[in-house]
Design a protein around this ligand. Structure first.
Ligand SMILES: [Zn+2]
Length: 292
């Protein structure tokens, strides 16, 4: 069906797995993924129709179960199922069991990983928008997309001047709830104006965030030594979220994009975002023991 939307794919009222994959490839081209990464259609028949799509960060038992039990025809995740390949798919193996469950239920699995991290309307940009950055640009520019948007890892932008404590409270209030929470490193009275963000494990951008003049860097998975040694050198202060919470904000952005494209193309597709917390952690305990 003809529309004014260039994003529309498919022919009329039914999307196939291949249509969704083609759309994702347009928005998040696989060629822009890192060379070590694995992105694209993992499991599924490109010709099968898709009436319902579930979006999640992780392809794990909980989200595959949710997809199958809610009748999703397709699960789209950020993380790959197999980053390093495999020679075996026994169902005694957790990932082998997922592949079997997906195939038996006719549920396709597709992922967009580093190609989604760097893109316009991608993972880093979604995190920057969620925490309210303005004048945002990539922290590390890697290129430009077909529409002229800069591509790259992380984002850096501005917020209204405020102290670190206030900004940390704001970030904690907008990131999705989970047991990890938000760790704060730095002087909480320090002034925050320039903010760098990078979803997922971002400790390799610590130096770049400093070089670009960030007052605070929001990321995840920060380890003791890189974080400690960085803070010994001064700004930016650090906000350490969970890997899952820092990447999940992309999912509602992707859902809106898919719904708009379906509407523009005249296709009837339900798009749901999984709110299952797939952090490895199940609860958080501040430690309160003595020092004996
Ligand atoms: Zn990740």
């Amino acid at each position: 069906m003809d529309t004014v939307e260039t994003d529309a794919v498919g022919t009329g009222t039914t999307w196939t797995v291949g249509d969704v994959a083609a759309l994702m490839d347009t928005w998040y081209p696989p060629a822009t993924a890192e060379s070590w990464d694995r992105v694209g259609l993992v499991v599924g028949d490109p010709d099968r129709p898709v009436g319902r799509i579930l979006l999640a960060v992780d392809p794990v038992a909980a989200t595959v179960g949710q997809a199958v039990e809610t009748g999703a025809d397709m699960l789209v995740t950020h993380h790959p199922l197999y980053l390093r390949g495999t020679s075996f798919l026994p169902e005694s193996d957790p990932k082998g069991a997922l592949v079997a469950r997906l195939i038996r239920s006719g549920t396709a699995l597709l992922n967009a990983h580093t190609n989604a991290d760097i893109a316009h309307a991608g993972v880093a940009e979604a995190l920057a928008d969620l925490v309210g950055l303005t004048g945002t640009r990539p922290l590390e520019v890697t290129g430009e997309d077909a529409d002229g948007h800069p591509l790259g890892f992380g984002r850096i932008g501005c917020v209204a001047p405020q102290d670190l404590a206030t900004f940390a409270d704001h970030v904690a209030s907008v990131l999705p709830a989970g047991p990890h929470g938000l760790l704060v490193g730095g002087d909480e009275d320090a002034l925050v104006r320039t903010v760098a963000v990078s979803g997922g494990a971002g400790d390799h951008f610590l130096g770049l965030a400093r070089a670009e003049g960030a007052d605070v860097f929001l990321t995840a998975d920060l380890r003791h030594h890189p974080a400690s040694e960085h803070l010994e050198g001064g700004a930016p202060a650090l906000l350490c979220a969970s890997h899952w919470a820092s990447e999940w904000p992309w999912l509602p952005v992707l859902a809106r994009r898919l719904r708009a494209a379906a509407l523009a193309g005249g296709a009837t597709v339900e798009v749901e975002v999984s709110t299952m917390v797939t952090e490895p952690w199940t609860s958080h305990r501040p430690t309160t023991g003595g020092h004996r």
